[in-house]
Design a protein around this ligand. Structure first.
Ligand code: HEC
Length: 124
């Protein structure tokens, strides 16, 4: 009987302990969310691309559905940043083959330029 009480007490202790941990976790995760939100503007080109679907069709050194970043970097230079940024936002086709590049209307011009700068920096 005594033993039963003890396990009961232990169980209660463990329960209240893990409950505390949970609330601490929730508090810290909402804290990081609050911090990361305004910092989004400071993301680099490749970090922005990680939040988008680019890697579904592109890779750094291998042609997939779209050309590799190295191929794009070899074809274009810094004076084409504006053009390529519009292509990311508006999409387009006919430069690399029949498959069209998907449009990304949710991307700002500024972010698109950052992504182009990252792509052009992949030149071999
Ligand atoms: C659905 C597949 C797909 C997705 C998703 C995609 N692309 Fe493309 N991308 C392509 C294809 C196909 C081309 C070649 C288009 C052409 O021939 O004009 C291309 C071309 C490009 C070019 C070269 C444009 C030119 O005129 O030479 C750049 C730069 C580019 N993509 C960047 C991106 C970025 C950045 C993202 C993510 C925001 C992205 N792509 C997402 C398929 C995709």
């Amino acid at each position: 009987m005594k033993k039963l009480l003890l396990t009961g007490a232990l169980g209660f202790l463990m329960f209240s302990c893990s409950k505390k941990e949970n609330t601490a976790e929730v508090a810290s995760s909402s804290e990081t969310a609050a911090v990361s939100e305004p910092a989004k503007a400071n993301l680099s080109g490749d970090q922005i691309m990680e939040t988008l679907d680019c890697s579904g069709c592109h890779s750094v050194n291998e042609r997939m559905i779209g050309p590799s970043y190295q191929e794009i970097a070899a074809k274009y230079s810094d004076k084409d940043i504006e053009l390529l940024a519009s292509k990311i936002i508006e999409g387009g086709s006919g430069v690399w083959g029949g498959v069209p590049m998907a449009p990304h209307p949710q991307v700002s011009k500024e972010d698109a330029k950052k992504m182009v700068e990252y792509i052009l920096s992949q030149k071999k």
